[in-house]
Design a protein around this ligand. Sequence first.
Ligand SMILES: Nc1ncnc2c1ncn2[C@@H]1O[C@H](COP(=O)(O)OP(=O)(O)O)[C@@H](O)[C@H]1O
Ligand code: SF4
Ligand SMILES: [Mg+2]
Length: 361
Amino acid sequence: MSVEGAHAGSSPVLEVRNLVKEYQVRGQGGVSRGIVQAVSDVSFQIESGESFGIVGETGSGKSSLASSILQMPRPGSGEVLFQGTDLVRLRGRELTRARRQIQMIFQDPFGSLDPTWRVASIVAEPLAAARSGTTAQRQRRVAEVLELVGLDPARFAARRPRELSGGQCQRVAIARALTLSPALIICDEAVSSLDVLIQAQVLKLFERLRAELGLSYMFIAHDLAVVEQASSRLGVLYLGKMCEIGASETIFADPLHPYTWALMSSVPVPDPAAPRPRVGAAMSRETPSPMAPPSGCRFRTRCPRATALCGEREPPMRAMAPGHSVACHYPLDPAARAELRADAAVPWVDADVKPGRTLQT
Ligand SMILES: Nc1ncnc2c1ncn2[C@@H]1O[C@H](COP(=O)(O)OP(=O)(O)O)[C@@H](O)[C@H]1O
Ligand code: SF4
Ligand SMILES: [Mg+2]
């Protein structure tokens, strides 16, 4: 999306520190079957005006991270500093007020809109809930945000969701998210269900809104092409752990973590007629259960470089270059990447998959 460094000198809009979210899983009769470690000691920050991507396979904890940031439900521990205030410590009205500044957009454009409501009421709903403005002021704001997302209010305000296409529905969801002028929008697979052409249009819309309104995004996706296009920096999640954080360009070109390398290598040269590449599509070994993650490094059961140390000690996140951090005892260098590419015995990368990527949508 934007050029890395465009936000130099800006302050973080969001700072997540050591966030933990676990779910108690119960079987019949309420008997505890164990604890899912969905988000484990995750830390990162999003600068004001930047789009930060979160990428990871299904079940890696992306949605749990998003809901924990919003305190819905609350995380087990950690801090969520939004514009300097820790949301974990806020209660009642203060939390509600702070939450209005963070809006979510979900994957399913139809499912996220009430089918019985008209577009104008859907978009005005956050204003009504916040008891903000008069009816006339709300109508003006609805028209304003519909125009911002490229929907003519005269044509669309009175329609119901079933009278809209998938792309138009997602534009309505974006308009609704904008009504209260939020500082941060969390997009959880927001373009995943749209076809490629519409997806490209909606991604362009997100970028235009970021540039025009100074918005910040946390852009969650399991589609690498989307995350690369939508985010200037990104974090890679594996089994609830952050593996690598850095500028998108750098991470795609020079991944340091073996898992990141495997993800990047699983993106084939695109064929517009072929199904979109998915994270981990080329990985053949099963992900361990989040109820019993491996000791030490959680990726060690799938990692071709694992040693005894990887099972004994968890690798801490450490900076390898300005703005580029990795949690691995043996980060990759160019020689190690070449070795991995040449190693036909690497079991978790499909032989047909071309290393590197040439992405274009
Ligand atoms: N409410 C819940 N109760 C129990 N386990 C959950 C709940 N929500 C998510 N999980 C589990 O937490 C892990 C992370 O899930 P999720 O955050 O949805 O991942 P992602 O969004 O990356 O697919 C998964 O193992 C999932 O099954
Ligand atoms: S710490 Fe060890 S097991 Fe984990 S990714 Fe690095 S080399 Fe592989
Ligand atoms: Mg999810």
